[in-house]
Design a protein around this ligand. Structure first.
Ligand code: SF4
Length: 363
């Protein structure tokens, strides 16, 4: 793939993010949808410049990892040519919009998401993680996902809610985007070093951790499939693209394959009872600078031996899972501490277990 020059777009406007295994490039597809040609391009970029993997994040974004600084501009140029980048990093940062995945072209979810996307330039400066959720389908799906301003459907009405507020505001579709922008401006007027999220202004606790609302299955809109640890090898995705026209991304390590049913692949989780649906593991060593241990190979080896939920964390930060797991393994100085019925931050039951001895210590 050559690096075309994309008019009106400047690679220098995007700041590179460094991690233990090289640069990370985040891709925020419009409306959370990626078409076959874009998927093909992402596979090529990951194989040529990155670590050969495509990651799905808990903000329903895609990440390419393991890139070299020297290749950063070429990768961004090619993402722009695939229509996977905004004209500037600033605009891309503002387009932090979660959309429930079952929207149909022209329905209220699609109309609101498109209208908000078109009005991003009218938003004030907001903290990097500040985001929006458009959750106007038949069922609310995104209430456990991180967002600061939500618009939800309820009994045929639209309710706009500031995250953390006890009540919302009924709005018409015509009023909704103006109301969201007004609320964002109100937040910006009150934001500061200690106020980076809407919930803080309402003195609300962090969003309560909830089970994922979607599981692998066929649906009227296509097939929901899981990605182990939220990632897939580009080499495994490429051959599947003959059967996939587009995917919708979600925050739950699940993708909706539009108009697909009964697709099977060893790279995908296609049944809700697959052992890896119960397992979380962060990238660990050598991919994260903070990691004390390797995580995912161990998690795979343990998955089918553990009946409950398992979280393998490279350090006590516990990025991969905020809610408690039946067993949490926390990396520390090349060994693991074992927490039962808790999170990576909780008090361990055992400490200092070598990775090779973990199996024996979980019996
Ligand atoms: S939990 Fe620690 S090791 Fe794992 S990704 Fe987060 S910071 Fe890195």
């Amino acid at each position: 793939m050559t690096a075309p020059q994309v008019k009106g777009w400047c690679p220098g406007a995007y700041r590179p993010m460094m991690s233990g295994d090289g640069l990370i490039v985040r891709v925020r597809p419009k409306l959370g949808r990626v078409e076959r040609g874009q998927l093909h391009g992402l596979c090529q970029l990951s194989t040529k410049y990155g670590n050969g993997l495509i990651d799905l994040t808990n903000r329903a974004n895609i990440q390419l990892r393991g890139l070299k600084m020297a290749d950063h501009d070429a990768v961004l140029q090619q993402l722009a040519a695939l229509d996977l980048l905004d004209a500037s990093h600033d605009l891309e940062n503002r387009r932090n919009i979660l959309i429930q995945p079952f929207w149909q072209t022209g329905d209220v979810t699609h109309r609101l998401a498109t209208a908000l996307t078109d009005r991003l330039a009218g938003l004030p400066d907001l903290p990097a993680k500040f985001g929006f959720a458009i959750d106007t389908g038949h069922n609310r799906l995104l209430n456990g996902a991180s967002a600061d301003i939500r618009i939800e459907g309820m009994s045929g009405q639209l309710i706009m809610r500031a995250d953390g507020a006890q009540t919302g505001q009924i709005v018409s579709e015509e009023e909704a985007i103006d109301a969201m922008i007004t609320l964002a401006r109100w937040f910006a007027d009150h934001a500061g070093p200690d106020v980076r999220r809407m919930r803080t202004l309402f003195d609300a606790a962090p969003v309560a951790a909830q089970d994922d609302p979607l599981q692998p299955q066929n649906t009227p809109y296509g097939q929901l499939v899981g990605l182990p640890f939220g990632q897939i090898e580009a080499a495994a995705l490429e051959p599947l693209l003959d059967q996939i026209t587009a995917v919708r991304l979600t925050p739950w390590r699940i993708m909706l394959l539009e108009e697909v049913a009964d697709l099977t692949s060893e790279a995908l989780i296609t049944t809700p009872d697959h052992p890896l649906r119960r397992v979380d593991a962060c990238p660990g060593a050598p991919f994260c600078d903070s990691a004390h241990v390797e995580t995912r190979a161990l998690a795979r080896s343990l998955a089918s031996h553990i009946s409950g939920t398992l979280h393998v964390s490279g350090c006590a930060k516990g990025c991969a899972r905020a809610r408690p797991a039946d067993i949490t393994l926390v990396g520390r100085d090349g060994r693991f501490d074992i927490v039962r019925q808790g999170t990576a931050k909780d008090r361990p039951e055992r400490t200092g277990i070598l990775p090779a001895d973990i199996h024996a210590n979980l019996d």
